[in-house]
Design a protein around this ligand. Sequence first.
Ligand SMILES: [Fe+2]
Length: 235
Amino acid sequence: MVENTAYRKPPKGTQPDYLYPAYASTRKRAPTRPLVLLPQSLSETTGPVFGRDAVGAGDNDLTTQHPGTPLGERIIVGGRLLDEGGRAVPHALVELWQCNASGRYRHRNDRHDAPLDPNFTGCGRTLTDAEGRYSFVTIKPGAYPWRNHPNAWRPAHIHFSLFGAAFLARLVTQMYFPGDPLLAHDPIYNSTADEKARHRLVADFDLDSTRPEYALGYRFDIILRGHHATPMEKK
Ligand SMILES: [Fe+2]
């Protein structure tokens, strides 16, 4: 029998607010009336989920999806997916998407005057292993302008999506790079009030996963709930 336990609410300030006026689009989409709490049922924690066989062995390498090698700095991004008790979350679907090294997404809505890279799509996916580990090879994304306010530039970031045991258990967040001067000016990053929680969105440079003559490694552990939870987007 599957046990249905309710998840505890995160401590105040450790997740982004629905309304953060400096992040302009939250003014349009933030709820204007009090939220209605729906009782959590088994359908949130069980039920149909993605097919594991749909994830190919090479889907976690964004540098080998085309005949040529993409431009930019090759990097390795990996870490562990953990629950509130520090336990590994195995066999979870981790997907990422990002712009290329020039700061341009391969998407029709991206009008940034920066070149597309014919050898870079910017999407990847993988499953966590028995210890909750995941790893991607990709290109370090560039900063890009986003018109949220005058002279607005997003710090380099990678979008992550996580699927748990059911389709309703999806979480989305962004990973940043250490030392990026744009972090201090980014309303999305700063929409999480708690500084320590916010900093959990910044990957660590990781010499252990850095491969000689190949690529720098970054470690980004993702914690799903509890006092050390990674801030997740509200949409
Ligand atoms: Fe982005």
